[in-house]
Ligand binder design. Structure first.
Ligand code: NAD
Length: 360
């Protein structure tokens, strides 16, 4: 029995998480696995009910679970007040810190059926298969934040800090995962300007020379990385980078796959893995049954693989998504002429049907 904490959160989170659970249910029926779901409040939904974005009970549930499935948090309704009472700073950051989820694994893979769904040309994006390892519990998002009144207006400070140990542990994972793929790591920093980035680069180089010299290593500055990602995306294998750079570059990478609604993620490092789509709560389309559930469904696939070791079931989820796309089903974000437009719920039930079909 695997205990899963289910945190739908806000906006489209409440629509895509139930759909992803139907996929998990189908997998459990097909393979005889047993999953126990316990739902809890997080983000704006938790603020409305309890006054805080991460209630004690939710954190306790997460710590006592084997894995966490999170939808998304945030929305205009809660975009005011002190930072620690806002959904992202007050819920996501402490969850990551408390559970020691220092590694955010974000694959950006182009499914061949979507080669024409991106705003980029087919010949540029064909073959894209990038795995970004984003450091998730350090850097500027976790630094001290201050604000003071000065002669004219105010002065705000966000401190950015990294330690050798924090850099080593994420770089080590990146080198190890690269060995199971195309054996190349691109380390992204801003070492020409930032002291943190100089430490980042020195640490990555030292670790590489000492333990991973067989892996190809390249270093690029983050501004150049933003450019190279759309110029030569298929040449990237594993990207390792800090918290803020990873946040920005993975949103950019999502465009290579057709939509941010295609991008799953796993946050690992502690005893419990957390799985969530890379996108936010999409208030502009919330409540309309329009959201693409694939990022969340693929996140469930990552849970099967990384938390439970069910590699075959995980591969089957990916295969079902591939078949669904090959058959021309599309939510509005990836709609193309001649394809069949489906809702969030229809997408989920089609993928469940295909999952079963694949086994017959
Ligand atoms: P967003 O990712 O929510 O939306 C960006 C754009 O992508 C929107 O046009 C949206 O409609 C579209 N989109 C996102 N997911 C989609 C899906 N599954 N299917 C189809 N289209 C999709 O980013 P945003 O608009 O910058 O932020 C909205 C809220 O989400 C904010 O409150 C922000 O703080 C929060 N946020 C939360 C997380 C998280 O929970 N991990 C991450 C990013 C943003």
């Amino acid at each position: 029995m695997h205990k899963i904490a289910v945190l739908p959160g806000d906006g489209i989170g409440a629509e895509i998480v139930p759909v992803a659970l139907t996929v998990l249910d189908k997998i459990s029926q097909m393979y005889g696995y047993s999953f126990q779901y316990t739902h809890a409040l997080v983000g704006g939904a938790a603020i409305d009910e309890t006054g805080v974005p991460l209630p004690e009970e939710t954190l306790a549930l997460c710590k006592a679970s084997d894995a966490i499935l999170l939808g998304a948090v945030g929305g205009p309704k809660w975009d005011h007040g002190p930072a620690h009472l806002r959904p992202e700073v007050g819920a996501l950051l402490p969850l990551r810190k408390e559970l020691q989820l220092f590694a955010n694994v974000r694959p950006a893979v182009l499914f061949p059926a979507l080669a024409d769904a991106s705003t980029l040309k087919r010949e540029v994006i064909e073959g894209v298969d990038i795995l970004t390892m984003r450091e998730l519990t350090g850097g500027i998002y976790f630094g001290k934040k201050t604000r003071e009144d000065i002669e004219y207006g105010q002065r705000a400070v966000d401190e950015m800090a990294y330690t050798t140990a924090e850099i080593e542990r994420i770089a080590r994972l990146a080198f190890q995962v690269a060995r199971t793929r195309r054996n190349k790591v691109t380390s992204v920093d801003k070492a020409n300007v930032l002291e943190c980035s100089r430490l980042w680069r020195e640490t990555v180089i030292r670790l590489h020379e000492a333990e991973y010299a067989d892996v190809e290593l390249e270093h690029i500055y983050v501004d150049n990385a933003a450019m190279q990602l759309i110029l030569r995306p298929a040449s990237f294998d594993v990207i390792v980078t800090g918290n803020m750079f990873g946040d920005i570059l993975t949103d950019q990478a999502s465009v290579l796959t057709g939509s941010i609604g295609m991008l799953p993620s796993a946050s690992l490092g502690g005893d419990v893995g957390m799985y969530e789509p890379a996108h936010g709560s999409a208030p502009d389309i919330a409540g309309q049954n329009k959201a693409n559930p694939i990022a969340t469904i693929l996140s469930v696939g990552m849970m099967l693989k990384y938390s439970f070791g069910y590699d075959e079931a995980a591969a089957r989820v990916e295969e079902a998504v591939r078949t669904y796309l090959d058959r021309g089903y599309r939510t509005p974000d990836i709609m193309q002429p001649g394809m069949t437009l489906v809702t969030t719920e229809e997408a989920g039930s089609l993928i469940c049907d295909i999952l079963e079909e694949v086994t017959e």
